[in-house]
Design a protein around this ligand. Structure first.
Ligand code: FES
Length: 603
């Protein structure tokens, strides 16, 4: 057994050498960002290690620079202890740290399916011959009382004090006498493949009072849904591990938001959750194997209601209820229904495209005659995975670019550039297309013949291909070297090709053309940061006027909040979207291949 020091947390654990550093972190419930799930192909799980470890592997020689190797950087998934070691996180961030920049100022309705009712009970008399429960029913009417509540009432009944009953959908789920407590809180949780967000809502006022977020603690098992599905199939304990990670993560988020707002967890009685089909399966512990093969059918897409006690969420009232919104079909799940709620597509006279550019790309086409939805395997390129210097939208990520005399970049929080996030990637490719450095088919041009000499000097050879030098890092200037490689451009083309294929096929199926599209609603926090002109320039979206592109922020989370605060939205609107939206499985659609190939061109 070796001592393993986690410098970031000031923590020590004992391990034996048969587990990689990534596995040790996962077991300690601290996920390192590991998009390839530990296969040694993404190069993102970098940590700084000191002490005795195995020698560098071939994968590490390929993915780490000599500067990084000299600084003791290793890939967590390929490094094993051979003695006492100390590990430091390169990003100073575990993925369960919060990531901000989410909208929070709206007010919502206040007609939730859950409410409090205060009544003074009349004590039974000799003449009335009433039971305890008769006296309760006299006050609260025909509400359902199950055995647990009857048992609780039998212990707590007090005819001298007012009773406060918490009612969920005609059923009493909690009660107390005396100490007047009028508080009633709920949580809306968006379980994204990459990010999980928890909103704390005052349900009496329909108002958001706090938010906490973290990266999905399952990212240590792969960035995309397919890696996680495969993990549950290939590892007998995989499903249990992934389920427990998300439940614990949500509990952590609730604790965090309660601490920030001084709300007591016992006053949180309801949660509305959204997530894609895979996230829902992992949350409920459903077998995911049917999601790995055609026809990609889910175990269920129904709305599910369960008590927090039975789910194992501890940081809320144990009699509270969690509702997972219904999904549509295939990989189009409750998060899309949430986004449709936020976009208010019912009774809308316009033709709207709703595009969620998350780790998966979900697309809805809503017309006055009907709604169609599909999911595309866009992959996590917009979140930095599979991009050589890609990273998520953390401080130091290049988020925008322009070309004047030379390439100019900006970074999040103006910190020294460490990598490229999604909006930066789109901007860089867009300006290089405009400058003629990248061609329509995605190839980096030869430096000779370039009209801008400074850009030409940045086109450098890398093995058999070329790359574009964005930041020329060195020991002297203490900057990281950051390039855009030919393979990065290819990854962006694949992601964009999938999104465009989805949009084109939905338009085709509905008999519309792009000229009939009145607005394109961009869901996902990423949409707030994207430069619309750049997105149009690379052809991520069809040719529309930029004013028709409207970012919605985290629409799935907004939809969950609305459903939490309104019984009509929860019971009727969500079900309406889930039942009436026609799912189109685009991967087997006859037009898919052609649309995908076309969509890969930058035009
Ligand atoms: S290289 Fe280690 S997780 Fe991808």
């Amino acid at each position: 057994m070796y001592k393993f020091k986690l410098k970031a947390l000031d923590k020590e654990v004992l391990i034996n050498g048969d587990k990689s550093i990534l596995e040790v972190f996962n077991e300690e419930d601290m996920a390192i960002y590991a998009p390839c799930g530990g296969k040694g192909t993404c190069g993102k799980c970098k940590v700084k290690v000191s002490g005795k470890v195995n020698s560098l592997t071939d994968e590490e020689r390929k993915l780490l620079t000599s500067q990084e190797i000299g600084n003791g950087i290793r890939l967590a998934c390929k490094t094993y202890a051979e003695g006492e070691i100390a590990v430091q996180l390169v990003e100073d961030k575990l993925v369960n740290d919060a990531k901000g920049k989410l909208r929070s100022e709206m007010y919502y309705g206040a007609d939730p399916l859950i409410y409090r009712r205060t009544e003074k009970l009349t004590a039974p008399t000799l003449e009335s011959g009433e039971t305890v429960i008769d006296t309760v029913r006299e006050a609260i009417g025909d509400l359902e009382l199950d055995l647990n509540i009857i048992r609780e009432i039998s212990h707590k009944i007090d005819y001298t004090e007012e009773g406060s009953f918490v009612v969920y959908d005609n059923k009493v789920i909690d009660m107390a006498f005396g100490k007047r407590n009028n508080r009633l809180y709920g949580i809306a949780v968006d379980i994204g493949t990459t990010t999980v967000v928890c909103y704390l809502m005052d349900m009496l006022q329909g108002k958001q009072i706090g938010v906490s977020s973290m990266q999905n603690p399952q990212v240590g098992y792969g960035a995309d849904v397919i890696s996680r599905i495969l993990y549950t199939i290939e590892d007998p304990g995989g499903l249990k591990i992934l389920r427990s990670r998300i439940i614990k993560g949500i509990d952590l988020l609730i604790r965090e938001v309660c601490e920030k707002t001084a709300v007591h967890k016992q006053d949180i009685y309801m949660g509305v959750f959204v997530g894609n089909t895979t996230m829902a399966h992992l949350f409920w512990g459903f077998n995911c194997s049917s999601l790995s093969r055609l026809p990609f059918n889910a175990v269920t897409q129904d709305m599910i209601v369960e008590s927090s006690r039975n789910i194992g969420i501890q940081n809320m009232n144990q009699n509270g209820r969690i509702v997972f919104l219904p999904g549509i079909a295939g990989f189009v799940g409750a998060d899309t229904v949430g986004a449709m709620i936020a976009a208010e597509l019912i009774n809308c006279s316009e033709n709207s495209l709703l595009v969620d550019l998350g780790t998966n790309g979900e697309i809805v086409l809503s017309t006055p005659k009907g709604r169609y939805a599909c999911s595309t395997a866009a992959g996590p390129a917009f979140e930095g995975a599979r991009i050589k210097y890609g990273m998520q939208a953390f401080p130091g990520a290049i988020d925008h670019a322009a070309v004047a005399d030379d390439i100019e970049i900006s970074t999040i929080e103006n910190q020294p550039a460490k990598g490229i996030c999604g909006s930066g990637l789109i901007d860089i490719v867009s300006v290089l297309l405009e400058a003629g450095v990248i061609s329509e088919d995605g190839k980096i041009a030869e430096p000779e013949g370039q009209r801008n000499k400074k850009l030409a000097e940045r086109i450098v050879k890398s093995g058999k291909t070329k790359e574009f030098l964005i930041v020329n890092g060195s020991h002297e200037n203490n900057l990281s070297r950051i390039t855009l490689t030919q393979k990065d451009i290819r990854e962006l083309q694949l992601a964009k090709g999938a999104i465009r294929a989805g949009i084109d096929i939905l338009l085709n199926v509905s008999g519309l053309t792009v000229d009939n599209v009145d607005r394109l609603l961009l869901a996902g926090a990423f949409g707030n940061f994207i430069n619309k002109e750049s997105a149009l320039r690379i052809g991520l979206f069809p040719e529309l006027h930029p004013d028709k592109i409207i970012p919605l922020g985290n629409a799935a989370g907004e939809g969950a909040k609305k459903a939490l605060c309104s019984r009509i939205i929860l019971r009727e609107t969500a079900q309406h979207y889930a039942r009436t939206t026609k799912h189109i499985e685009i991967s087997s659609h006859p037009d898919f291949e052609k649309a995908f190939m076309e969509g890969m061109y930058f035009r």
